[in-house]
Design a protein around this ligand. Structure first.
Ligand SMILES: Cc1ncc(COP(=O)(O)O)c(C=O)c1O
Length: 362
């Protein structure tokens, strides 16, 4: 079945806004006024044909790879689309984790790829089980797709499990796409991240400055791939957007040069909210959820009542939004985001507690 639209993205754009928005998954927007940018740093047009060199150089340094492996793209979204379109042909198969960020599935279907799924089970902490991946592979598989950290659960997949997935993929001639947009929170928190970009040529990684740094509007995304696939992606991008908005490339360079203070602000938000979230999750007998450990989203299971009426009541009576789990393929859960300002997060948690009480909690 091919799908032309993302039901989730339409919901996120039109129905997630609320006074206490615990649905939007990024760190609160970083203000332009706090970026030490001078007008001389900006220009309307520039030499961006296949990458603006100063930006390529910084992204390559950040990823710890050569610039010819880096493809700058309009957000992780476009980076993912470019990887899917460049690494797989219509009629070939992709194996995508389940549950996942639904746009990965929507984009694959729109490209007329055959989508198979492999399970990440709630009872196993949503871990990637290499045996499950193997079961989804066939001789037609060209790409395995997973998110690390996992959207929606924030589960971390360590390099040894990724290597096992890589070996299985290689045995059928497939690559592995690891969407690492949430792994940036490990960088923000000063943890070693273990990016899959260094695990071997079959790995392709995508990420952006969107989520962990509060810089969504820059749309500074990238993919790291082997140089041949990277070239194919650049050529494909000629069809999609030709070149990015040059002022955004320039601003991205400034942001990357000041990532330290930008990350420090994000870290303060994430650490404070993780503490609040963990106290909340531990205190509630009516939801089940692993403690937050370095991630910026959590995915509790509601133990009493339906998630849809719960989310609706939360929004209508308590001015608070979370993302219903059906958008990820796990309708018994909801996704809670830790990126908003501390007061907003605390206010949202208090309302979440009230809504749970009303739904029959303690
Ligand atoms: C796993 C995942 N990948 C990509 C994106 C989109 O990221 P970007 O804003 O960088 O396009 C999201 C946004 O929610 C996401 O959750």
């Amino acid at each position: 079945m091919s799908s032309t639209f993302s039901e989730y993205m339409e919901w996120a754009k039109t129905r997630s806004a609320a006074r206490f928005n615990l649905a939007s998954s990024g760190v609160a927007a970083f203000p332009l006024a706090d970026l030490p940018v001078r007008i001389e740093d900006l220009e309307i047009c520039g030499d961006s044909a296949y990458g603006y060199a100063p930006l390529q150089e910084r992204l390559a340094r950040k990823a710890g790879v050569d610039p010819d492996r880096v493809v700058h793209a309009t957000g992780t979204s476009m980076a993912n689309l470019l990887v899917l379109a460049a690494a797989v042909s219509p009629g070939d198969e992709v194996a995508i984790e389940d549950p996942t960020y639904s746009l990965l599935v929507d984009a694959a279907r729109w490209l007329r790829l055959d989508v198979r799924r492999f399970a990440r089970r709630a009872e196993d902490g949503f871990r990637v089980e290499p045996r499950e991946v193997e079961k989804a592979l066939t001789p037609r598989t060209r790409l395995v797709v997973l998110t690390n950290l996992h959207n929606p659960s924030s589960a971390f997949t360590p390099p040894e499990d990724l290597r096992a997935v890589g070996e299985a993929a290689r045995s059928v001639g497939a690559r592995v796409l690891v969407d690492e947009v949430y792994l940036e929170s490990f960088a923000v928190l000063g943890r070693p991240s273990g990016s899959a970009a260094h695990l071997g040529p079959e790995f392709v990684v995508t990420s952006s400055l969107t989520k962990a740094y509060g810089l969504s509007g820059l749309r500074c995304g990238w993919a790291v791939a082997d140089p041949d696939l990277a070239r194919r992606m650049w050529r494909l991008n000629d069809l999609f957007g030709v070149v990015p908005a040059h002022p955004a490339e320039r601003l991205s360079v400034v942001a990357l040069d000041h990532l330290g203070p930008i990350a420090a602000r994000a870290r303060a938000i994430l650490e404070a909210n993780a503490e609040g979230a963990n106290a909340f999750l531990a205190a509630r007998p009516d939801i089940a959820c692993a403690p937050v450990d370095g991630g910026m989203i959590a995915f509790p299971r509601l133990l009493r009542g339906g998630v849809e009426p719960f989310c609706q009541a939360l929004r209508e009576r308590h001015e608070t939004t979370v993302v219903p789990g059906r958008f990820f393929g796990a309708p018994g859960h909801f996704r809670l985001s830790l990126g908003c300002a501390r007061e907003t997060f605390e206010g949202g948690l208090a309302r979440l507690a009230r809504a749970l009480d009303e739904a029959g909690g303690p």
